[in-house]
Design a protein around this ligand. Structure first.
Ligand code: FE
Ligand code: FE
Ligand code: ZN
Length: 264
């Protein structure tokens, strides 16, 4: 993964901690981990943003699903301790007709069971588009999860640009206003990583369909503002656009150019 990222001129990457549709995790190869850490150090990588499986739902109405989610998260965090100081991003969950109140309660319960002081990974709640019964479509919902979690020092937020647009936040014409609101409701110090995706849908559509950078409703100027922003530009940024590897290399080059970095 590290070598592949280098080949794309990336200095961070995301990876699934296990099959994204769930299932068991592969055993760790200690030599592989050591080699990755060496590559990251030698090439000045930023923090990595691991992604939990999509099927993980801490607030499912099915107790077995909740149980799987808690065990999967605990297991992933334990394994991530061998790569200390990075991030673990997850979708807060879908409350499936139980209502957001109960959803938030279950998510907090799960996090209170799973997060352990001394773990070496900060867990990130992803901002969601609000498709179906997704919890985390507003900053208020994320703030309530953080408030309800005992070891909140182990929690942060990953802002997905497509998702916040689809949830109704106007990052195209009022990026500063949205960040002010984030600061007021959650606190900007919680913002630890970005998912950079353009969106196929207009603001507030609650759809969650990613588009290539500059080809969607957000547009290239929105991403220029993000990569030039004095705070945002310090965060790890992950692309989840519909691309193959060469497409990612091109988007990374575009974003570096927009950020005013010299290419060599
Ligand atoms: Fe995600
Ligand atoms: Fe995302
Ligand atoms: Zn998405």
């Amino acid at each position: 993964m590290g070598r592949r990222a280098l080949g794309l001129d990336a200095s961070t990457f995301a990876f699934f901690t296990r099959n994204p549709r769930g299932g068991n995790a592969k055993a760790l190869d200690e030599r592989d981990v050591a080699e990755l850490r060496q590559i990251m150090e030698k090439n000045g990588f930023g923090q990595l943003v691991a992604h939990a499986p999509y099927t993980m739902n801490l607030c499912s109405a099915n107790p077995e699903t909740v149980d799987f989610a808690r065990r999967a998260m605990a297991g992933d965090l334990e394994r991530l301790d061998s790569l200390p100081g990075n991030y673990y991003n997850f979708h807060p969950g879908s409350h499936v007709k139980q209502g957001p109140e109960r959803g938030i309660e279950l998510i907090c319960e799960g996090l209170n069971e799973v997060l352990v002081p001394g773990q070496k990974t900060v867990v990130l709640l992803e901002t969601m588009a609000g498709k179906g019964s997704e919890v985390g479509r507003s900053f208020e919902e994320l703030a309530r999860i953080i408030e309800g979690t005992k070891h909140d020092e182990l929690l942060g937020v990953c802002l997905d640009t497509c998702h916040v647009n689809d949830a109704g936040y106007d990052i195209v014409d009022d990026l500063e206003g949205v960040l002010d609101e984030f600061d007021r409701v959650i606190g900007l110090d919680r913002l630890r990583a970005l998912h950079l995706n353009d969106s196929k849908n207009p603001r507030g559509a609650r759809k969650d369909r990613h588009e290539k950078i500059g080809r969607g409703t957000l547009g290239v100027d929105c991403f220029a503002a993000i990569v030039r922003h004095p705070f945002l530009r310090t965060l790890p940024m992950v692309l989840e656009t519909p691309n193959e590897l060469d497409g990612y290399a091109q988007e990374i080059a575009l974003l570096r150019c927009l950020a005013g970095e010299d290419s060599d």
